[in-house]
Design a protein around this ligand. Structure first.
Ligand code: FE2
Length: 326
């Protein structure tokens, strides 16, 4: 069984091809990079429509297969930016209809967890999913992937990008913030915003910018933002692990490339006698292979969708999906 998956929830358009054994035969992607400012949904969608067909061709070439060898077509049904979701859904529908193959819409957040389970030694983890648009702590419990904690305002990566722009670091600021943070050592006062099991990041950005206005060093601001935000993420993840008694933590999303975040979560896992797992970088960021693999699991468990069922959902919740494949 060969499955082709198309990812397109935000800035990345990706096409992955996998088989039943979770072998990744291809995982092509192309990222929209705005010249200035953040992601403009319509421009990102235009980018995806420009590249999706060539990515599909490239993926089949890399996998060494023909279109007819594809048994199932999958796509990211949500959550994400409406114009982007609609663009890749249209591509997936066109491919499925022209090949006369089943189509499966996949929840993007769940696919980060499923690819991590498939490609690391982890089997039943708590996922810390930290990316631009999403920040959630997710784990399987009682038939669904439950959200144990999440952001109440913006994704942590989105906050880093906004902060980076305000500080003049340019787009895709995460790696620059990490580099600057390494030169900081003064912990500035920022609002540690864990509310119940949920988190808020926008107030931290406002407070960090106020420190800059008062003349604090860029290095100390970045250091303090990282220490505060990552401690929040680690705390919520640890409480989820304690609550449902899980011994594994899995990382997913672009922000988990940050070494300081990894070190904090690794320390927490070690102290609890638990283990941390991190997929390879190309499987942590948004990619088509994770969509293909999750769609294949769903298809093999009997999930069938009509074209009418493939309507995209910008606010597709992780816990809306009835998980029949575990
Ligand atoms: Fe993602």
């Amino acid at each position: 069984m060969i499955c082709l998956g198309i990812e397109g929830t935000a800035h990345t358009c990706g096409v992955g091809i996998v088989d039943d054994q979770a072998n990744i035969l291809a995982n092509e992607l192309d990222m929209y990079r705005p010249e200035k400012g953040g992601i403009h949904p319509r421009e990102a969608a235009n980018h995806h429509s420009d590249v999706v067909v060539s990515l599909i061709r490239k993926a089949t070439e890399t996998a060494g297969i023909g279109f007819r060898d594809v048994d199932v077509v999958c796509f990211s049904q949500g959550p994400g930016l409406g114009p982007c979701l609609r663009t890749v859904a249209t591509a997936a529908r066109a491919l499925a209809i022209s090949l006369d193959r089943p189509i499966v819409g996949v929840n993007h957040c769940i696919s980060h967890l499923e690819i991590g389970v498939a490609k690391t030694a982890s089997s039943d983890p708590v996922l810390l999913y930290a990316s631009g648009g999403n920040t959630q702590v997710i784990s399987f419990n009682n038939g669904r992937y439950r959200i144990f904690g999440e952001t109440l305002d913006i994704g942590i990566g989105n906050m880093f990008d906004k902060l980076g722009r305000e500080l003049g670091l340019g787009y895709y600021a995460g790696p620059k913030i990490e580099k600057l943070a390494a030169g900081g050592d003064k912990l500035l006062d920022l609002p540690y915003s864990v509310k119940g099991m949920d988190m808020a990041f926008s107030g931290i950005m406002t407070a960090a910018l106020a420190h800059r206005t008062r003349g604090e060093r860029l290095e100390d601001i970045c250091f303090s933002v990282q220490e505060t935000c990552f401690a929040m993420l680690t705390e919520v993840t640890e409480r989820a692990m304690a609550h449902i008694e899980k011994k594994e933590v899995l990382l997913g999303g672009g922000v988990v490339q940050n070494k300081r975040l990894r070190a904090m979560v690794a320390d927490m896992a070690h102290d609890r006698g638990a283990e941390m797992f991190v997929p390879e970088p190309r499987l942590c960021i948004d990619n088509g292979a994770m969509i293909a693999w999750t769609g294949l699991l769903m298809h093999n468990a009997g999930v069938r969708m009509t074209v009418e069922d493939t309507k995209v959902d910008q606010r597709f919740r992780t816990d809306e999906v009835v998980v029949t494949w575990r």
